[in-house]
Write a protein that binds this ligand. Structure first.
Ligand SMILES: NC(=O)c1ccc[n+]([C@@H]2O[C@H](COP(=O)([O-])OP(=O)(O)OC[C@H]3O[C@@H](n4cnc5c(N)ncnc54)[C@H](OP(=O)(O)O)[C@@H]3O)[C@@H](O)[C@H]2O)c1
Length: 282
């Protein structure tokens, strides 16, 4: 039988992505299908085995740095099911304090920014009416986390192509050794998150009226501090951190709400509340 709703999560074999799949599997129906995707076939298969829930769960290998693979999967789902209902761009590459940021920047940016952009480009067009496309970002993703000198690269009004070029210019400045003097933060995750949120805003700005008319939501979210592989090397104290299962509940509440709150459309949302992107505007 053809599934009623199709959901897909990237980078879902562990951490927040896995918890998102488990939460969707628990909260969707037996007639719905959740696609758990990740870059490594064995890790994807092992993760699928661990999911408990009501909805059907299948694994798909998807390396989000391969934009052609992302486009092909979107096209396949369009052909097979007539589109998708819930897409969550969540994947993040490794970033650890024991290596320089410059050494790790290429893979990190390719996964977080190349991946989110590829998902936005390929999956927004196959989103069914009342669909949800969510990018897992963070509270680092507001413009005030950047020095005033580099804020203009990610302020509203840019196209996705222009934002992609800004990310590429920033990446090259890291390798040229000029990033710090230009005003870019030393922690690559900060600029990366601002760029993800900016990309969501750029796509949302082109579709707001039609999306709100049919109940579609495009947004970015902040899960808070969560105890996962990505966060563990950076913090000593996890007493205030959420488990992945706790962190995804507000995200799933946003995704599975019957109605879209227009004030959240295109925005960065944490625990149901919008984090203002550009404080210069308020
Ligand atoms: N943890 C936090 O405190 C926190 C806070 C704010 C925001 N976030 C955001 O939440 C999201 C998930 O983070 P997390 O903490 O759950 O990270 P995580 O535990 O390190 O999991 C990252 C996932 O991304 C996958 N991945 C890496 N490269 C990939 C690629 N090229 N293609 C597809 N998948 C790939 C990993 O697969 P492998 O297992 O194969 O490496 C893994 O499944 C990220 O966007 C992160 O920035 C996290």
């Amino acid at each position: 039988m053809r599934p009623q709703r199709i959901a897909l999560v990237t980078g879902a074999n562990q951490g927040i992505g896995f918890a998102l799949v488990e939460g969707l599997a628990a909260r969707l129906d037996a007639t719905d299908l959740v696609l758990l995707t990740g870059r490594h076939p064995e890790r994807v298969a092992a993760a699928v085995e661990q999911v408990k829930g009501t909805a059907q769960v299948e694994g798909r290998v998807l390396d989000v740095t391969d934009a052609t693979a992302v486009a092909n999967l979107a096209a396949d789902l369009q052909t097979q099911y007539g589109g998708v209902d819930i897409v969550i761009s969540n994947a993040v590459g490794p970033l650890t304090p024991d290596r320089t940021q410059a050494e790790q920047a290429d893979e990190f940016i390719a996964v977080a920014n190349g991946g989110a952009t590829a998902v936005l480009r390929s999956f927004v067009p196959v989103l069914r009416p009342a669909g949800r496309l969510i990018v897992v970002a963070s509270s680092f993703g507001t413009l005030d986390n950047l020095d005033a000198r580099v804020q203009p690269f990610f302020e509203d009004g840019h196209t996705l192509d222009q934002l992609e070029q800004a990310v590429e210019d920033w990446r090259q400045s890291i390798h040229a050794g000029t990033a710090t003097e230009q005003g870019w933060p030393d922690f690559v995750n900060t600029t990366s998150k601002v760029a993800q949120v900016a990309a969501v805003r750029a796509v949302a700005a082109t579709r707001r009226t039609e999306d709100l008319a049919n109940g579609t939501l495009i947004a970015s979210v902040c899960p808070g501090l969560v105890d996962t592989r990505a966060s563990r090397p950076w913090f000593d104290d996890f007493s205030e951190a959420r488990t992945p299962a706790e962190a995804v509940q507000p995200i799933l509440d946003l995704i599975l709400a019957d109605h879209v709150d227009p004030s959240t459309y295109g925005e960065l949302v944490r625990d149901g509340k919008v984090l203002p992107y550009d404080q210069r505007m308020s």
